[in-house]
Design a protein around this ligand. Structure first.
Ligand code: AMP
Ligand code: GLY
Length: 426
């Protein structure tokens, strides 16, 4: 079977890598792909913001399965169109992806089904924000309603700062994109964050191993938010009882609600959880695999991913069981100096072969490209150095040993991925 993976990041490299291990897969096509995917797959040019380019490619290639990685094609309705064309696609429809693409939709949905989440208000003007803020204590959280690549959330220490943030979102100044028509004001939650991803076939939620992301650029969780600087996965992030609770009180009611509203959810439901004193609460939904969570999660998967995604497409997840490597995994992101602000690209990358020789290590590429036969940096997040081992300390040790063999001009990575968990274990 030929498989088409849509996307160009580390998540898609990991997906292509895992799909390729299946005996049923004869060819992987990645569109548009990156320098790392070029080593294991054929690349085909598409523009992720141009629906027609992706539809044309998929129809021409006639793959046995299409896997859509990023949120933008989902928001554009790629899954809907490809299904109409008779293709087998893993991912949610445009309507189901609203759980990610509109925070106001997600918050109202959560409230409608009494799923635990922070108190909130949806506002359409600065005047409404001012009024709503009277009901919140500082700190409060101001969020863009639409997709903002992880940058649409501002934590504010005063009402004045919250009002200014909302104004910045309405005018578009804050994100440098079109102004938002709605913003969400939210109560600030404290606790540990957990990325809990479930494969969904519309009815059944099949949990993947939990992971913990590190969103801030600086060590000790300081500095601005990023797409994710590193992640680890162990069985101790969520004990079996808590996982069961989250499935019963969050994942399943979400699937039932979406089905009842005529927009059943298939694909990955990524539940961003805050483990608060009141119990697990939903911080956000994503309608896709996480990046870099997927790199760490798939490194631990022992089942055939192609079989599993097939089962999701066919509505057979209730009879599917996943097998995992015991122990732990970790993925440390190497990024271009300056990220998440401005940075230079085109820097030659060296040492990847030596890095891959470290036991248990695989290096997934995010922003890399091939130029004149050389591998060069082409984005903010460049590589996800991923390792598995029998425990977290060893997985991190392997990832950092491999990372120390990689060189490019301006390389930056956090040295403290997973350290909080190690301290807790000790
Ligand atoms: P989101 O895009 O909604 O996941 O928000 C991005 C990040 O902002 C989350 O991963 C949290 O670290 C933080 N965040 C979002 N909402 C809240 C909240 N209600 N309380 C505390 N932190 C939040
Ligand atoms: N790592 C966060 C995300 O994928 O949204």
């Amino acid at each position: 079977m030929k498989v088409l993976v849509i996307g160009s990041g580390g998540r898609e490299h990991a997906l292509a890598w895992a799909l390729k291990q299946s005996a049923r897969v004869t060819e992987v096509v990645c569109a548009p792909g990156n320098g790392g995917m070029a080593q294991i797959a054929r690349l085909a040019p598409v523009v992720l913001s141009d629906l027609d380019s992706m539809v044309e490619l998929a129809v021409r290639e006639e793959p046995g399965m299409v896997v859509v990685g990023p949120e933008l094609p989902l928001a554009l309705g790629l899954v809907d169109v490809l299904r109409e064309r008779g293709l087998r696609v893993f991912g949610p429809t445009q309507a189901a992806a609203m759980l990610e693409t509109s925070k106001s939709f997600a918050k109202r949905f959560l409230q409608r089904y009494q799923i635990p989440t922070a108190n909130y208000a949806v506002c359409t003007s600065a005047a409404e924000v001012e009024k709503a803020l009277e009901l919140f204590h500082a700190p409060m959280v101001v969020k863009a309603d639409g997709l903002a690549a992880g940058k649409g959330v501002v934590i504010c220490q005063t009402r004045r700062a919250a009002l200014e943030a909302a104004q910045g979102l309405f005018s578009g100044e804050l994100l440098g994109i079109d102004g938002e028509r709605q913003v969400v004001i939210e109560e600030f939650l404290t606790g540990d964050e957990v990325s809990f991803l479930c494969l969904c076939d519309g009815l059944t939620a099949l949990p993947l191993v939990a992971a913990q992301d590190h969103k801030r650029v600086g060590e000790g969780d300081t500095g601005p938010n990023t797409g994710g600087m590193g992640v680890y996965s162990t069985d101790t992030i969520l004990d079996a009882e808590t996982q069961e609770w989250v499935v019963r009180h969050i994942a399943e009611p979400t699937l039932r609600g979406m089905a009842a509203e005529g927009t059943p959810f298939t694909g990955v439901l990524y539940i961003g959880l805050m483990m608060t004193a009141r119990g697990p609460q939903v911080l956000e939904f994503n309608a896709r695999f996480g990046d870099p969570e997927t790199q760490a999660i798939l490194a631990r998967l022992d089942s055939d991913l192609t079989e599993v995604l097939d089962a999701a497409i066919d509505g057979r997840l209730a009879e599917t069981e996943l097998r995992w490597k015991p122990g732990a995994s970790a993925c440390v992101i190497a990024c271009s100096g300056g990220y998440p602000g401005s940075y230079e690209t085109g820097k030659p990358i060296l040492g990847l072969e030596a890095a891959a020789q470290v036991d248990g290590v695989v290096v997934f590429h995010s922003g890399t490209a091939r130029r004149a036969g050389n591998l060069v940096t082409s984005g903010g997040r460049v590589l996800g150095v991923t390792a598995v081992s029998d425990d977290l300390r060893n997985a991190l040790g392997r990832a950092y040993e491999a990372m120390d063999r990689i060189v490019f001009d301006g390389i930056y990575f956090r040295r403290d991925i997973g350290h909080k968990a190690l301290r807790k274990e000790a």
